[in-house]
Ligand binder design. Structure first.
Ligand code: R5P
Length: 272
C-alpha cells in the first residue's frame, strides 16, 4: 500500500483508535429527500463529531462547508431510484472528480445474490483498478437483495467477495454471529445502522458489532432520525472510540437530549 492510500485511510480510521465513526448521509441518491435529510442544514452540527462523512458529490458541493475538518468518503455508484431495480447501478463519478473534491475514499454498492450481481462486482474491480492509480481507498457496500437473509453466511459471502475483488474496507449490516463475518474478511468492516430502531437498540448493536471486531460504523438513520441526533452521534462515538458500553453511551445520549431541551426552553424557542 502506498503513502497516499495509507494517508487517506488514516483520515477515515482515527489513527489513535484504528476505528471510525462515519456519518452516512448519502440516502438521497436513491431515496430522495429522506426523513432527517430533507434540509441538509440539520446535519451541519453532527459533522464535527464524525471522523468521516459518507456523501454524494451533489450534497458535498452544495451543502457542506469546504472548511470542514471531517474527511469525505464519496458515494460514486448510482442510477436507479427506490422505484426501480436498485442493483442496476453503475459508477457515476470519476476518480478525477473524487480527487478534485479532496475525498479520502470512494464507496459503491455491490449486490451479491441479486440481479446485476456480476456487473456490480465487475464495477467494483474496475473502481479498485482506477482508485489505486490515485491512492484512493475503496469502500464496498454489501447491499442486500430483496430475498436475501441478513445472516452471517450471506453477509460473510458478500464481505469476503468485496475484499477478494480489492475493496480496502467494507460496509455491511450487523447480524447474529457477526464475528464470523469479521473473521472471514481480511479488510476492516464497518456497520451500517439500517432502519431507525430505538436508540438503546442501536447502541447495543454498535457495542456488539465493535466487540465482534467491527472497526466502526457508517451510520445514518439511527443518528439523523433520532430525537437527539447530536446525542446519538456522541453516544456512538463513545462506544467506537472509547469502548463505552451501550448503557454508558445511552446516558450520554440522554444527557445531550436533556441539555438541548433546556437550551431550547431557555431561548424561549419551540422544539421543531
Ligand atoms: C444506503 O445505501 C447507504 O449507503 C447508507 O449510507 C447506509 O445504508 C448507511 O446508512 P443507515 O445507517 O441509515 O443504514
Amino acid at each position: 500500500m502506498d503513502f497516499g492510500l495509507k494517508n487517506r485511510l488514516s483520515k477515515i480510521f482515527n489513527p489513535k483508535t484504528g476505528k471510525t465513526v462515519m456519518l452516512a448521509v448519502d440516502h438521497g441518491y436513491f431515496q430522495g429527500p429522506t426523513t432527517g435529510l430533507r434540509d441538509m442544514k440539520n446535519i451541519t452540527p453532527l459533522i464535527p463529531n464524525a471522523d468521516c462523512l459518507f456523501v454524494t458529490r451533489g450534497i458535498l458541493r452544495n451543502c457542506i462547508d469546504p472548511k470542514t475538518e471531517t474527511s469525505i468518503c464519496l458515494r460514486v455508484s448510482g442510477g436507479p431510484s427506490i422505484l426501480g431495480e436498485l442493483s442496476n447501478e453503475d459508477i457515476i463519478v470519476s476518480m478525477e472528480e473524487a480527487v478534485r473534491l479532496n475525498a479520502s475514499g470512494v464507496g459503491m454498492s455491490i449486490f451479491v445474490g441479486a440481479s446485476n450481481e456480476d456487473r456490480t462486482i465487475s464495477n467494483l474491480g474496475q473502481l479498485v483498478n482506477e482508485a489505486e492509480r490515485y491512492g484512493m481507498p475503496v469502500l464496498a457496500i454489501t447491499a442486500v437483495g430483496k430475498e436475501m437473509v441478513r445472516d452471517a453466511r450471506y453477509l460473510g459471502l458478500a464481505c469476503r467477495m468485496a475484499a477478494e475483488i480489492g475493496a480496502h474496507f467494507v460496509k455491511t449490516y450487523y447480524c447474529d454471529d457477526f464475528h464470523k463475518v469479521v473473521e472471514g474478511c481480511p479488510v476492516p468492516i464497518v456497520i451500517a445502522g439500517g432502519k431507525k430502531i430505538p436508540e438503546m437498540d442501536a447502541l447495543l448493536m454498535t457495542e456488539n458489532a465493535i466487540k465482534a471486531g467491527a472497526k466502526g460504523v457508517d451510520m445514518g438513520r439511527n443518528i439523523f432520525q433520532s430525537d437527539s441526533p447530536i446525542g446519538m452521534i456522541k453516544a456512538v462515538k463513545a462506544i467506537v472510540h472509547k469502548g463505552a458500553t451501550a448503557q454508558e453511551a445511552y446516558e450520554i445520549y440522554q444527557k445531550s437530549k436533556k441539555s438541548s431541551a433546556v437550551e431550547i426552553a431557555d431561548a424561549g424557542m419551540e422544539k421543531v
